[in-house]
Design a protein around this ligand. Structure first.
Ligand SMILES: Nc1ncnc2c1ncn2[C@@H]1O[C@H](COP(=O)(O)OP(=O)(O)OP(=O)(O)O)[C@@H](O)[C@H]1O
Ligand SMILES: Nc1nc2c(ncn2[C@@H]2O[C@H](COP(=O)(O)O)[C@@H](O)[C@H]2O)c(=O)[nH]1
Length: 204
């Protein structure tokens, strides 16, 4: 039997909340969520691998992708460009697999406009002071960039009500379980088995 089209999940949240950490954990587990690897013009951080964490690219190539409509969404964030290659997403959904995007809020709003059936999840830290501790503790950005990211974080948090779900990242394992539970619940909703059971009852 032909598989239904996969579901598209969008995970956003302020810089430093733990999106990457959660996605790393989920990618190591057996789930039906395929991770869409973004393109970015940002320089790789120590330990980041091209084609695993991001497709690192030059600005010219990124512009070309925009002009050729090869990005599902894109945004400029603190001086760098980030975008979702469209081909991987559509091919994977067409095969019947689910896709998860880990993107910031401007990009999520573009997806909401162009693909409203996507499921939007906003990841929240337990507090703003904990958010600061996490982004400072990561030690990957200088102070001015951290402050810039934290001021954008406040604006992003104000957009939380546009999302279908708000998930707290208090503990990594718990946040992963919540996201996986959302995926299961959304499949139950999409599959709506009432019709199948109605037919079974009528046949008895
Ligand atoms: N539940 C948690 N408890 C404590 N620390 C956490 C938790 N989740 C993530 N962290 C830590 O917070 C820091 C930021 O996490 P991470 O890089 O995953 O955030 P992010 O949301 O992907 O950030 P960005 O959007 O800037 O890429 C990391 O040092 C990570 O180890
Ligand atoms: N709109 C998009 N945002 C993206 C994409 N890939 C990642 N991101 C988000 O950018 C910020 C900064 O990321 P960082 O790796 O430099 O810390 C963060 O919120 C990411 O989620 C994308 O394809 N489109």
């Amino acid at each position: 039997m032909k598989k239904d089209r996969g579901l598209l999940f969008v995970l956003s949240g302020p810089s430093g909340v733990g999106k990457g950490t959660i996605m790393k954990e989920i990618r190591q587990q057996e789930t039906n969520l395929k991770y869409s690897i973004s393109m970015t013009t940002r320089q790789p951080r120590e330990g980041e691998i091209d084609g695993v964490h991001y497709h690192f690219t030059e600005k010219e190539k990124f512009q070309e992708m925009i002009e050729n409509n090869k990005l599902l969404e894109w945004a400029e964030f603190v001086g760098n460009y980030y975008g979702t290659p469209i081909d991987y997403v559509t091919e994977t959904l067409d095969k019947g697999d689910d896709v998860i995007l880990e993107i910031e809020v401007q990009g999520a709003l573009q997806v909401k406009k162009n693909y409203p059936e996507a499921i939007f999840i906003f990841l929240m830290p337990p507090s703003l002071s904990e958010l600061r501790n996490r982004i400072v503790g990561r030690g990957t950005e200088p102070e001015d960039i951290i402050n810039n990211r934290l001021s954008i974080a406040r604006e992003e948090i104000e957009m939380m009500s546009l999302y279908d779900y708000v998930v707290e990242n208090d503990k990594v394992e718990l946040a992963c379980e919540r996201i996986k539970a959302i995926s299961i619940a959304e499949h139950c909703r999409r599959d709506r088995l009432e019709d199948k059971y109605k037919q079974l009852l009528e046949a008895e």
